[in-house]
Design a binder for this molecule. Structure first.
Ligand SMILES: [Zn+2]
Length: 571
């Protein structure tokens, strides 16, 4: 196996000149060193990123796509961008996305044999209970599909606990950490072949059986007319305790035989009714089950008030520009998703990335750097529901993949393995040629440690050179290996919308901090979990990468589009 050290050795040519030429294998990547020094000064010494972050999180609240909260936050961002002097700041509609939803009021408690409040959050798009729902809960814990019959007639009007006890372990490991040199080395060592990542979501037959049983349980709840469903807010991996819980959208189940294109989502205006659904802190969840198993006369009470918005089914991306000069027809984009889940204020997912992008354009604009290419920021919505906002933007402006794009379905595993390879087809728009690059940030509060090359080997030496001025801020003490350049594809966020049609879209490598263990999609995804110094660093590096892309003679190199001639745009 070819070992790539954390960053291939850089030959740094220090010089008094304003440009610096560095690189491996003799490639020369020049950039404006003076401008980068100014960006560093502004970003690290005069940052406004935490102020921006506080408006997006504390002031706006959770930003569920379609909610009044996100609309207010988008309008705030639009005005802020315009006030910094960006041009063409606007909310761009895409959709239809579906109904908006907001939580209006909520209470949850044990009322007998004693009173105790419960830590709980409703799932997004859950209907209201229309007044208080009270009762002794039913533990709905069938082990097989045959067991389901035992519950017939017992679920109507009931408060239902959806699983048995969940195991809660003490934490002897810290919730948060930074990437170690070994972590970074393994990222840097990824082979290109594994970058495509087929089978990453491979599931076992047993897991598929469990998914099918869970689906049947939800179907039965809907059919029998349960009053309320309760789940423990713990992930399958066992994260989510100590008052932290993970809360997403309400479940809408369909019989397996229903074709994908006949299925609605809970946000669709004409979606079938689902039962009200809440997520409970795992310790409280387990407490109720233990009380029941010991014969205590448990009574619970829930009162859930929610509101749906179906006047405007469209959603919006926030877009604004710093106009270019001699190459102003070409664009460099930076972006992050602005939407979040609703139980926290979406601080690390992804007000952090949004605030970093906003701060990056503020830095560039405040320095009066006149970029050659137009710099365009995109704050996407609908990311949490499937990268919907960025995908719609890319489709509207640059093109799309057409034809039978395979729908992701992990079960049954055998069918997935047998699927024939597809040759994708594309419908590309003229503006696709004008995109010089796209940079995304969406992995929490952690500072930037490198970048995923997304299988695009030709950008390696360019990005190596661009990281050089930040080697004191990248968190390793290694003189020659300060930034991690991984050939891997990383997934799960909006750069994929660009990458899908062969545009050079990149996501940075960040420290994970407490992302998977505490903040990602949880009620504790709030401002105080954000690390200020990391945010400043990320915004400064984002500004530099965007600026360098706007200034270089040629657009960033592109990968070959599958099934198409090489769309090479030079280096
Ligand atoms: Zn997310």
């Amino acid at each position: 196996m070819l070992k790539r050290c954390i960053a291939i050795l850089l030959t740094v040519v220090t010089s008094l000149a304003a440009t610096i030429a560095v690189g491996a294998q003799g490639s020369q990547e020049k950039f404006n060193q003076e401008a980068i020094a100014k960006i560093k000064e502004e970003g690290m010494k005069h940052s406004q990123v935490m102020d921006t972050l506080s408006y997006i999180t504390d002031v706006s609240g959770g930003r569920l796509t379609g909610s009044p909260n996100i609309k207010a936050a988008q309008e705030w961002a639009r005005q802020k961008l315009a006030s910094w002097g960006l041009e063409n700041a606007h909310l761009e509609a895409w959709g239809p996305f579906g109904r908006g939803w907001s939580l209006e009021n909520f209470s949850a408690g044990i009322t007998k044999p004693y009173y105790a409040p419960l830590i709980a959050y409703p799932k997004a798009w859950s209907p209201a209970t229309n007044g208080a729902v009270r009762g002794t809960p039913v533990l709905f814990n069938p082990k097989t599909e045959a067991d389901l019959d035992k519950y017939k007639g017992r679920l109507k009007g009931a408060i239902v606990l959806m699983t048995g006890l969940r195991e809660v372990k003490a934490h002897f490991e810290p919730l948060g950490h930074r990437q170690s040199d070994a972590d970074l080395l393994s990222l840097a060592d990824v082979e290109p072949a594994s970058a495509a990542g087929p089978g990453r979501f491979r599931v076992t037959e047993e897991q598929c059986a469990e998914i099918a049983l869970t689906n049947k349980k939800w179907e039965m709840l809907q059919n029998e007319g349960a009053a309320l469903a309760i789940e423990a807010g713990m992930t399958q991996r066992g994260s989510g305790d100590g008052g932290t819980m993970f809360v997403q959208a309400a479940t809408l189940a369909y019989p397996e035989s229903t074709p994908q294109d006949k299925r609605k989502t809970v946000r669709d205006k004409d979606a079938p009714a689902v039962v009200p659904q809440v997520v409970l802190a795992v310790e409280h969840y387990n407490q109720i089950i233990r009380m029941m198993s010991r014969g205590a006369p448990v009574q619970l009470e829930f009162n859930l008030s929610t509101k749906f918005y179906d006047q405007d089914l469209m959603s919006y991306n926030v877009i604004a520009e710093i106009p270019g000069t001699d190459l102003k027809e070409e664009i460099v984009m930076l972006g992050a998703h602005f939407d979040s889940w609703h139980s926290g204020t979406g601080a690390t997912d992804n007000a952090a990335g949004s605030a970093v992008c906003l701060e990056a354009v503020r830095i560039l604009q405040s320095l009066g750097l006149k970029p050659r290419r137009t710099i365009r920021i995109g704050l996407w919505s609908g990311e949490e529901e499937g990268l919907l906002g960025s995908r719609a933007y890319v489709t509207d402006h640059f093109g799309k993949r057409v034809g039978n794009e395979p729908r992701f379905s992990p079960c049954p595993p055998a069918a997935r393995e047998q699927r024939p390879p597809q040759t994708p087809q594309f419908e590309l728009k003229p503006d696709r040629e004008k995109v010089a690059g796209y940079f995304n940030l969406d992995n929490g509060t952690g500072k930037i440690r490198g970048i995923y090359l997304q299988g695009n080997e030709e950008v390696r030496s360019i990005f190596q050179a661009w990281f050089a001025p930040f080697k004191d801020m990248l968190g390793t003490t290694k003189e020659n290996a300060f930034a991690t350049l991984s050939i891997a594809n990383t997934g799960g966020t909006d750069h994929l919308s660009f990458d899908a049609i062969g545009l050079p879209g990149f996501q940075f490598i960040q420290d994970p901090i407490e992302y998977d263990t505490r903040t990602h999609h949880s009620n504790m995804d709030v401002y105080d979990r954000i690390q200020e110094e990391d945010m400043k660093q990320a915004a400064t590096i984002m500004a530099a990468f965007v600026y360098n892309t706007a200034m270089r003679d040629k657009k960033l190199p592109r990968k070959q589009l599958p099934g198409q001639p090489v769309a090479r745009t030079g280096q």
